[in-house]
Design a protein around this ligand. Structure first.
Ligand SMILES: [Fe+2]
Length: 214
């Protein structure tokens, strides 16, 4: 993802049929080429006429949208979030067979959830508990403590560090799973790219300051 405007659509990091049978080719085409692409295009259109904000990073746009002019404020909130969230979503999917978290991430999961199945249960509860469209997240705070969150629409959990996200907008699963969000979640879980999630976690720990001491 580009650091700032103009943002470009990252290519799908695998073949469109690579996630079969869990996620089918048609879903991948619509989700990446139509929905993700629309968030990128819409964000660029909003910023095109507002050069003062073209140097803002995607993370700044996601977090500081309340400071923007009223005519682009809600649009940037929705579309910058859409770009940020989908970028992470597609980056953290990988063809089966499933892989495992690194020792560092596995240790943090054990400390903060008990085990990987407990983390899965927490993310599933967030995914199924999100009324309407939104996201289920695994996030890290600045000290590396993990938690699960859910956000509505295209809101992000920033400034917490997002490590992994499950898109529970119907466009992520309806073509294949119709209303069966729980079945989609189970399939999505099998596709999580744990080496990528682990790398994000390690990078986050090495470059962020520790949380302020209370
Ligand atoms: Fe989506």
């Amino acid at each position: 993802m580009e650091a700032h405007y103009p943002f470009t659509l990252p290519p799908l990091p695998f073949a469109y049929d690579a996630l079969l049978p869990e996620l089918d080719e048609r879903t991948m085409h619509f989700h990446h080429d139509k929905h993700f692409a629309a968030y990128v295009d819409n964000l660029n259109k909003l910023l095109e006429t507002h050069p003062d904000y073209q140097s803002w990073s995607l993370e700044q746009l996601c977090q500081r949208w309340p400071e923007l002019p009223e005519d682009i404020r809600q649009g940037v909130r929705n579309n910058a979030g859409g770009v940020y969230n989908h970028d992470l979503y597609f980056k953290t999917l990988a063809p089966t067979p499933a892989t495992a978290p690194s020792d560092a991430l596995a240790g943090a999961v054990a400390r903060d959830f008990g085990d990987l199945s407990a983390l899965k249960a927490a993310m599933k509860a967030a995914a199924l508990g999100q009324f309407g469209s939104g996201w289920s997240w695994l996030v890290s705070d600045c000290d590396g403590r993990l938690s699960v969150q859910k956000t509505p629409n295209q809101d992000t959990p920033l400034p917490l560090c997002p490590l992994l996200c499950c898109d529970v907008w119907e466009h992520a699963y309806y073509l294949q799973y119709q209303n069966r969000r729980a079945d989609y979640f189970e399939s999505w879980w099998l596709l999580v790219d744990w080496p990528q999630v682990s790398q994000t976690y390690t990078g986050h720990l090495s470059c962020r300051p520790r949380c302020p001491q209370s």
